[in-house]
Design a protein around this ligand. Structure first.
Ligand code: PRP
Ligand code: URA
Length: 207
């Protein structure tokens, strides 16, 4: 199921990402803010567990999300600002890393490193800003599914309609929370209007 944010704050931030004047620092900052909005939305029905804590009025019991049951997995390198954002919210959650690069000619993603913790019965939340052909995300989902998590959620910033169709066909059970679905892919499989290359925009590099 794909959920696109409709919040005007999210859309405004997202459109600032498209501005070429948004430098790497602002770019990563906006990605982090949008990631927070996405995770609030994705976990809005998450159950909370009672925990007794010491407050200024002594011991009291309140509901908390069980952070230890969350695993955030990012796809290098454009996903790095996203994982910084969510791990700051949930410091007890675990993190996993997948290093993938789209081949410039074939546009297929190539996995060259993976470091994912034990996922059995955990909620795994993938964070990657761009879903263009959806090849990277579909490969990431397959790697994680093999580790038998309870649930997989994906948080993304911009996707293409083509990528969303493929994602729904290949992985209909994944919950996807995305800030914006744009118009189309161009001949180089970049999202239009999009924002360019998210990794390059975040880290001041150019192909
Ligand atoms: C970007 C992005 C996704 C991928 C999406 O990574 O972070 O992982 O492209 O494209 P797809 O849906 O067609 O697979 P990229 O390969 O550009 O690497 P980078 O993060 O190092 O720039
Ligand atoms: N990766 C990006 O960073 N941007 C796109 O538009 C497509 C893939």
């Amino acid at each position: 199921m794909i959920h696109e944010l409709s919040n005007p704050v999210a859309k405004t931030l997202l459109n600032h990402l498209r501005e070429i004047q948004s430098d790497a620092l602002r770019f990563r900052h906006i990605i982090q803010e949008l990631t927070r909005l996405l995770v609030y939305e994705a976990l809005k029905t998450e159950t909370v567990e009672d925990q007794t804590i010491t407050t200024w009025q002594g011991e009291q019991t309140f509901g908390f999300i069980k952070e230890e049951d969350l695993i955030f997995v990012t796809i290098l390198r454009a996903g790095l600002p996203m994982i910084e954002s969510v791990t700051a919210l949930f410091p007890k959650a675990s993190s996993g890393f997948l290093a993938m690069k789209r081949d410039e000619k074939t546009h297929q993603s190539v996995l060259y490193y993976d470091r994912i913790p034990e996922c059995k019965d955990k909620t795994v939340i993938i964070v990657d800003p761009m879903v263009a052909t959806a090849g990277s995300l579909c490969d990431a989902i397959s790697v994680i599914q093999a580790k038998l998590p309870k649930k997989i959620i994906s948080l993304n910033i911009i996707g293409s309609p083509e990528g969303m169709v493929i994602l729904e066909q290949k992985h209909p059970n994944i919950e996807v929370f995305i800030a914006q679905i744009d118009e189309k892919l161009n001949e180089n499989k970049y999202i239009i209007p999009g924002l360019g290359d998210a990794g390059d925009r975040s880290y001041n590099t150019e192909k």
